[in-house]
Structure formats: structure tokens, C-alpha cells
Design a protein around this ligand. Structure first.
Ligand code: SAM
Ligand code: SF4
Ligand code: SF4
Length: 338
């Protein structure tokens, strides 16, 4: 396979790709799909609007010729899509793919972890915002308890998947769970990644006063033992990682609000209906599905991706202002896939 590399306007290479494979979700997390907005009458994508597995595989093959080696499947809830192991198997056979990961709320892992691993999945990030039942239910907007997700995590570990836990922290809602989850993960040597609550989309009522910052998180977690910052593993790593001194246990913090990292952002995103986004906070995507369905050749697809990435100037988090938070028409997290 011939690989060429493409840089954007700030010389950031295209390196990794997140693909949303399902816009629907069985949760209604207040920070992502608030139940009053994503209600019974909300219109989700029709089956035929979703990229098919053939189309996803075709796009991935073109992205790899531009240097992409890592893929993450996400959503909505990706495990609501049928036959995800089949997709993973196909993607793991695409030349150039070295790493396939999945982000999930964990509910379907008990049933699917083994098949996902067998298909070639390497890693899962499981979102879990609280251990306490009432707080977790307030966060997930459904009556799901953390026991369900913890069983999913167990199943993933048993299947041999590398597991990280993602925790979004909202001031005054699940802050009290930070230490509990940190202790739980430290004891089991699972990496916990805190994600600062972000102003993605238009519906989650974000304002800065609800963000628990990296600095505040570090102060809380340090009560479990002194932490030391670790070197970045690779260009484009979004989490800052810390180790509890004298142990192997790590935490990570994704501080997209208080300590931004746009300068290293090497990530492209594809929505479930096949639009390419060059930033999580983008207003518009580029319709690759139409290109494919109108009969584009592989070379046409590659040229279009190259053209889009070469023109990229996104650095929303570095430029965030009250005005952009309020007035920019950003697409929803459940649509673009986090
Ligand atoms: N449903 C899956 C899940 O929750 O893991 C995958 C999709 S979800 C959109 C991907 C990640 O984005 C999750 O870890 C979720 O917690 C995070 N997320 C969603 N909305 C967010 C927000 N407003 N701020 C920060 N993280 C958010
Ligand atoms: Fe669903 Fe994930 Fe969004 Fe929660 S964060 S509503 S689980 S897509
Ligand atoms: Fe990348 Fe956009 Fe996030 Fe900056 S704001 S790190 S450019 S996705």
C-alpha cells in the first residue's frame, strides 16, 4: 500500500479517525443527549442513511493511504448497531490499520465483549460517571445502575480487552464520585480518564461554572496518593497522564476547556451518516457518503479527504469565548461521536 501524508494549515498530520456508527443511544446523559431534547418524538437517522459496513470499510481504506493507523468506533451508542464484530473484523483486515478501539456506555458488553475481542478489537473505553446509583441515574437519564456497567467492564477484562474508564465530571452533580471512582480504578489498576464537561452541541446548557477543571481534579485525586505527570505516548494523545508515585496505576485528564490541546489535534471524525468533520466543535461536515453513492473512485475519495484536511484551520478550544459558546451552531456530540 502506498501511503502519503497530509498536513493541515497548522502542520498537524491526519493520524487518527473516529467513526460514529450509530446516532441512537439507550442513555440520555444530561451533558450529551438531554432527555427533554432527545425525547420520544426526536427523529434519528433512518437505516439507509447510516453508512453501510462496505462504505465504512471503503473510507477507512482511503484514510489509511493518508497515514491513519488508529480507528475508534463510537456513537451514539455503537453497540446498538447490529453485527459490530463483523465490522471490526473487516476493519482489522484493512492494510495499515494497527489499532482499533471502541467507546461505549458498557451496557451491552456482557453480551458482546468476547465476540468483539475475537473480531480484532483491542481496547474499549467505557463511560461511567458515578458508582452511586442515584447519581449515576441522574447522569445517564435512564434508570441504569452502575452495576450493569461494572459487569460490562468485568466482561471486557475477562475477554482480554484493554479497558479504560471515561468519567465526565459536572460541578455539583457527580463531583463527589471522583474519589470513589479513582479509588475503585486504582485498586484494580484500570486507567480512569476524567473528561472536563465540554460545550459540545447546542443542547446541554453548558457554562463554565459547571466545569470541574484539571487543576481541581488533580487536587482531589492527589488525596489518594501523590501523582507524577507522565510523558506523552504519541503525538496527538489528548489525555495528560499521571501515575500514583511508586505504583503502576495511572489516571488521565482530558482538559479540553481549562488546558487546551488543539496544537496536537490529529483527529478526523466521521458521523454515522458519512460526513467528515475536522473538529469536535464544527458547524459543518463534508458529505463523503454522497460522494461514494454517486460513484466516486478510490482516488476521488482520497483527493477529497486530502483537500479537506489540507484546508483545516480548526482550533475551537483555544479560541473559545462566551460568544462562540452561545452563538456557534455546533453539531451534537451524539451525532459526531465524541
Ligand atoms: N455512548 C458511548 C459512550 O458514552 O461511551 C460513546 C459515545 S459518547 C458521545 C463518547 C464520549 O463522549 C463519552 O465518554 C462521553 O462521556 C463523552 N461526552 C459526551 N458529551 C460530553 C460533553 N458534553 N463533555 C465531555 N464529554 C462528553
Ligand atoms: Fe449516550 Fe454516550 Fe451520549 Fe451518554 S455520552 S447519551 S451514553 S452517546
Ligand atoms: Fe481538535 Fe477541535 Fe478539539 Fe481543538 S477543539 S482539540 S481542533 S477537536
Amino acid at each position: 500500500m502506498e501511503t502519503s501524508h497530509v498536513n493541515d494549515k497548522y502542520l498537524r498530520p491526519l493520524q487518527d479517525l473516529r467513526i460514529s456508527i450509530m446516532d441512537k443511544c439507550n442513555f440520555r446523559c444530561s451533558y450529551c443527549m438531554p432527555a427533554d431534547v432527545f425525547g420520544d418524538d426526536y427523529v434519528f437517522m433512518r437505516e439507509e442513511e447510516l453508512l453501510s459496513f462496505d462504505e465504512i470499510e471503503r473510507l477507512v481504506s482511503q484514510f489509511t493511504t493518508l497515514g491513519v493507523k488508529k480507528i475508534r468506533l463510537t456513537g451514539g451508542e455503537p453497540l446498538l448497531r447490529k453485527n459490530v464484530p463483523d465490522l471490526i473484523k473487516r476493519l482489522s483486515q484493512v492494510a495499515g490499520i494497527e489499532d482499533i478501539a471502541l467507546t461505549t456506555n458498557g451496557v451491552h458488553l456482557v453480551k458482546q465483549a468476547k465476540a468483539l475481542k475475537q473480531a480484532g478489537l483491542m481496547r474499549v473505553n467505557v463511560s461511567l460517571d458515578a458508582l452511586s446509583t442515584d447519581i449515576f441515574q441522574e447522569m445517564n437519564g435512564r434508570k441504569v445502575t452502575s452495576v450493569v456497567v461494572l459487569k460490562g467492564i468485568e466482561a471486557a477484562l475477562e475477554a482480554g480487552l484493554e479497558v479504560k474508564i471515561n468519567m465526565v465530571v459536572k460541578k455539583g452533580v457527580n463531583e463527589s464520585e471522583v474519589i470513589k471512582l479513582a479509588r475503585y480504578c486504582k485498586e484494580r489498576n484500570i486507567q480512569l480518564r476524567f473528561i472536563e464537561f465540554m460545550d459540545v452541541g447546542q443542547t446541554n446548557g453548558w457554562d463554565f461554572s459547571q466545569v470541574v477543571t484539571k487543576k481541581e481534579l488533580l487536587e482531589k485525586v492527589a488525596t489518594l496518593g501523590p501523582l507524577e505527570e507522565l510523558e506523552k505516548d504519541y503525538l496527538g494523545e489528548v489525555a495528560t497522564r499521571y501515575r500514583y508515585k511508586g505504583t503502576n496505576a495511572e489516571i488521565g485528564i482530558i482538559s479540553s476547556v481549562s488546558d487546551t490541546f488543539c496544537g496536537n489535534c490529529t483527529r478526523a471524525r466521521i458521523s454515522a451518516d458519512g460526513k467528515l468533520y475536522t473538529c469536535l466543535f464544527a458547524e459543518e461536515g463534508y458529505d463523503l457518503r454522497s460522494l461514494i453513492r454517486l460513484g466516486a473512485t478510490d482516488s476521488d475519495i482520497k483527493s477529497r479527504i486530502t483537500e479537506i484536511w489540507s484546508a483545516r484551520t480548526d482550533k475551537y478550544s483555544e479560541e473559545r469565548t462566551e460568544e462562540t459558546v452561545k452563538n456557534r451552531k455546533k453539531i451534537e456530540m451524539s451525532y459526531i461521536g465524541g
